[in-house]
Design a protein around this ligand. Structure first.
Ligand SMILES: Cc1cc2nc3c(=O)[nH]c(=O)nc-3n(C[C@H](O)[C@H](O)[C@H](O)COP(=O)(O)OP(=O)(O)OC[C@H]3O[C@@H](n4cnc5c(N)ncnc54)[C@H](O)[C@@H]3O)c2cc1C
Length: 438
């Protein structure tokens, strides 16, 4: 009999097991494939490749930092991410983090900048008055404002980057979440439902934010985070065991069944795709319908090992055409590439239906449009198709939270909470889970 059985040994499952085991619980983790889930790094031709380029956000006092400080025996080392740049052809702009830099962000026409600013500030006001933006798309908010094609393309790029979907599907709430983080508003008495201190701190942040000062790359590759969790963890991990059924009695989870045997536990924590939960346990129809709506997005990552340094700045680039995110990871950790070479990850969002060979060609052609001579300097090419978030932050879909209609069965992972993205979101989901269990 275990106190908790965790299904899945990705970062969400491992962090849940870590917190529970540090609280004295006897924990079993069952993983059908590899410990680490998406978070893997591997060696190829002298390069260390991550499963997709990763930058960890909200490191200052965000959820992963909280978990590290409280529960890790060994901490990963993060190297400061540096600036974000926006590239349009051969022009590169610093990402405008505050109102002042936005007002001079010459990629967009002046009139559009004013319109976007107005939309942003009025959205805060409306939000503070209690308006719910979860059903409002970014496109819906901006569509009647006569914005140029270039501006809409920039907005779309940001939406892909921050939510995984285009502006028609991306929820405005995602952009508000970025500003809510770190808001020091707790405990302030509100006036007519408005928290004046929160409002002020958001406006000050808009005016003064210098950049992504609290983001970093994990030295040694993304897998180091997993290694640190595993080394801090006191739990049993069994790989090669797929949970085929969650066992219940009187609508209460009592254990699980794998292809090998049954295990009994006082609680079960599921960290696989929430949309696939109904495949292993019977849940009410309306709950199943909501889970099935969760939309995952596939990304294509191209890793290039380059004979010379094409990206010399510390930081990553957001490209408008082709739409992609470019992270020269060996700038953070030179050990990821053989001496004298540069390792760069290019991340593209894939459409719902796609032909892989065509998408690869489009990606490579797009890079060659920007750097016509790059082909001669390619030392190494590696492709990956992966799912970065188990659910994109779309309008008209609600992430289910940690509780399920079955007692003692909980969900955790990037498709349970609407907050941030990736490992930060996974960490939020674990902190939420602990609150719920408490
Ligand atoms: C291209 C790319 C770029 C990314 N960039 C970033 C970034 O910059 N910053 C960031 O923070 N994050 C980023 N991420 C996202 C981050 O890697 C993931 O959000 C995170 O690793 C997900 O962890 P998870 O534990 O929730 O899910 P997973 O890693 O998917 O883990 C779930 C585990 O459960 C197992 N499982 C499922 N069902 C069962 C079952 N029935 N029985 C047993 N085992 C089961 C699976 O095998 C898997 O190992 C990126 C991801 C990709 C792919």
């Amino acid at each position: 009999m275990y106190d908790a059985i965790v299904i899945g040994a990705g970062v969400s499952g491992l962090l849940s097991a870590l917190v529970l085991s540090k609280n004295g619980k006897k924990v079993l983790i069952l993983e059908k494939e590899k410990v680490g889930g998406i978070c893997q790094s591997y060696k190829l031709n002298g390069y260390t490749i991550d499963n997709g380029p990763h930058i960890i956000t909200r490191l200052e006092n965000g959820p992963l930092r909280k978990l590290i400080e409280e529960y890790f025996d060994i901490s990963p080392e993060f190297i400061y991410h540096g600036e974000y740049y926006v590239r349009d052809g051969d022009k590169v702009y610093s990402f405008p983090w505050n109102l002042k830099s936005f007002s001079t962000f010459s990629l967009l026409p002046k009139k559009d900048r004013a319109v976007l600013l107005h939309a942003l500030i009025s959205m805060y006001g409306r939000r503070l008055l209690g308006e719910d933006f979860s059903g409002v798309s970014v496109h819906g908010l901006l569509k009647n404002r006569n914005l140029s094609e270039k501006t809409m393309s920039f907005v779309d790029t940001l939406c892909y980057f921050m939510t995984g979907v285009d502006s028609k599907k991306a929820s405005v709430a995602r952009f508000l979440d970025s500003l809510d983080y770190k808001s020091k508003s707790k405990g302030v008495i509100s006036v007519y439902g408005i928290d004046p201190q929160a409002y002020l701190s958001k406006i000050i942040k808009l005016l003064t934010k210098k950049g992504a000062e609290d983001q970093g790359y994990p030295k040694g590759g993304i897998r180091t985070i997993i290694n640190c969790i595993v080394q801090s963890l006191n739990a049993e991990i069994k790989t090669g065991e797929e949970v085929k059924e969650i066992l219940t009695e009187n609508n209460t989870a009592i254990g699980v069944k794998t292809q090998k045997r049954e295990y009994k536990g006082k609680m079960v924590i599921y960290s696989g795709y929430a949309s696939e939960l109904p495949n292993i346990v019977e849940v009410p129809e309306d709950y199943e319908r909501e889970l099935r709506k969760l939309e995952k997005v596939y990304t294509l990552t191209l890793w290039l090992g380059l004979n010379k340094k094409y990206f010399d700045k510390m930081g990553s680039e957001i490209w408008i055409d082709p739409k992609c995110w470019v992270v020269p990871v060996s700038n953070y950790d030179p050990d990821l590439a053989p001496e004298g070479k540069q390792l760069v990850g290019f991340g593209f969002v894939l459409p719902k239906e796609y032909n892989l060979e065509e998408e690869k060609k489009k990606a490579l052609d797009g890079i060659k449009r920007i750097f016509p001579e790059i082909e001669e300097d390619i030392d190494f090419i590696h492709w990956q198709v992966l799912v970065p978030e188990k659910a994109a932050w779309c309008i008209n879909q609600k992430m289910p939270g940690n509780l399920t209609p079955i007692k003692n069965l909980y969900l955790v992972g990037t498709d349970t909470t609407e907050k941030s993205m990736g490992i930060t979101r996974a960490s939020y989901s674990v902190l939420n889970l602990m609150e719920v269990i408490r």
